[in-house]
Design a protein around this ligand. Structure first.
Ligand code: NAP
Length: 395
């Protein structure tokens, strides 16, 4: 049922893909839709695989989720979690997994064996070795851009048939659809997005939102119990648990996270620095800039390219800047126009101009002063009016 919108995306993509060759190339938005909808499973598969894709209503828990608590008891044995992608975020999240007593395995493109040895993590130079250990859950922490190639290289046949696949990608519809396409029906799927990272969550995760969508979990099974145990890791840290569909997540994230990152990226080009008279607002902007650029550009690009709502937000931002500029320059323009119209009589309007000019505010610069816009900020002293000196336009 909930796949309705996704099926709509697919048909949009298909109709573009079959358009005649002389049509204009697909827009950025079309490419985004294509990337995301590429992985949309057909509805018949949903029935065949008995996928529980139900419409999700957002649920927020600022206390332990009862459904999760009921099936995760104090006697549970720790999970074995295989992290795929051990960069900035993988290393950030692993500290908590270890502290809570879970067994952690890791693999990544780069070699992190020294780091892992020091931190009691079993490191595998390739994903085959990690899968041979048959972890309860695979936690995908690689970049959004590399996720497809990384997932397709995973030797699924080496894993237990009820393995749970979870991800932490900052976009959600894309990994959800990819998982549904690539993973066999018995595999569990839970898509998550911790709405914090190494900077914002360095002191504590308490109160920070954690979004999740149990896309495909077999009810009343050991898989469900392990899924709840996985989610309870974040609850135990005090995260604000938000159950939300992947689609809804992407809509909200484009209007919040993507805008935040975009503003941070724009500000970073201004080379702003702290000053002795910085306001709190300004310091907040400096902090935002620092946080934003500490994330990789790949991450930001992934937010743009793999969230179909991002292009609209960039356009909104553009329009908003235009509106603000128009308000500023529009007012300035009014002042300048008033100057020109009232001080320089136009053809056929000479008499009228003279009349009007008597009411001209003395602090406005004369037509010569218009060349220097600073004169608008520095009122000139009142002058003696010499109307005869104002050149009249020839008849
Ligand atoms: P990132 O630049 O998005 O991802 C870096 C990770 O991707 C590293 O593990 C890197 O492996 C791997 N990777 C990059 N290109 C690859 C390729 N071509 N092939 C295979 N692996 C590749 O930075 P990140 O901050 O660590 O984010 C990781 C994930 O967490 C992303 O999906 C992001 O959306 C999500 N996330 C991040 C934050 C945050 O605040 N940073 C918050 C929530 C969620 P190597 O290190 O081995 O090169």
């Amino acid at each position: 049922m909930a796949s309705f919108h996704i099926c709509h995306y697919k048909s949009t993509f298909q109709s573009k893909a079959h358009s005649p060759p002389n049509q204009s190339p697909p827009s950025i938005l079309t490419s985004q839709v294509a990337l995301i909808s590429k992985y949309t499973p057909y509805k018949p598969n949903c029935t065949k695989f008995n996928i529980s894709i139900r419409p999700k209503h957002t649920q927020i828990y600022n206390h332990v989720d009862q459904s999760i608590e009921s099936s995760s008891t104090a006697h549970e044995s720790p999970l074995t979690i295989g992290i795929v992608g051990f960069g900035n975020f993988g290393q950030f999240i692993v500290k908590v997994l270890k502290r809570q007593g879970h067994n952690v395995l890791a693999t990544s493109r780069s070699d992190y064996s020294d780091y892992c040895q020091q931190h009691g993590i079993e490191y595998f130079r390739d994903v085959d070795g990690l899968c041979s250990q048959q972890p309860d859950a695979i936690l995908v922490c690689c970049s959004i851009l590399s996720t497809e190639s990384v997932i397709r290289k995973i030797p699924i046949h080496k894993l237990k048939p009820n393995t749970i696949f979870a991800d932490v990608l900052s976009v959600k519809l894309f990994p959800r659809n990819l998982f549904l396409e690539v993973l066999p029906p018995g595999f569990g799927i839970v898509c998550t997005h911790p709405m914090f990272g190494p900077e914002s969550g360095k002191h504590s995760w308490a109160g920070l939102p954690f979004v999740y969508d149990k896309v495909r979990i077999t009810e009343n099974s050991i898989q469900e119990q392990k899924c709840n145990q996985l989610l309870s890791i974040f609850e135990k840290e005090g995260c604000l648990m938000v159950e939300m569909s992947c689609e809804e997540h992407d809509r909200h994230a484009a209007g919040s996270q993507f805008i935040t990152h975009t503003i941070g990226r724009i500000l970073s080009h201004l080379n702003l620095e702290s000053t002795p008279i910085s306001t709190k607002g300004y310091e907040t902007l400096l902090q935002l800039t620092e946080n934003t650029v500490s994330d990789s550009f790949d991450l930001y690009y992934g937010l743009f390219m793999y969230n179909v709502n991002a292009t609209g937000q960039i356009e909104n931002l553009d329009r908003a800047l235009e509106t603000v500029k128009q308000k500023l320059f529009g007012r300035l323009h009014d002042i300048l126009r008033k100057q020109i119209v009232e001080r320089v009589p136009m053809q056929g309007l000479a008499h009228k101009k003279r009349e009007v000019s008597t009411s001209t505010a003395y602090f406005l610069p004369n037509t010569h002063g218009i060349k220097d816009l600073n004169s608008l900020a520095m009122p000139s002293p009142p002058r003696e009016r010499k109307e005869e000196a104002v050149p009249l336009a020839p008849d």
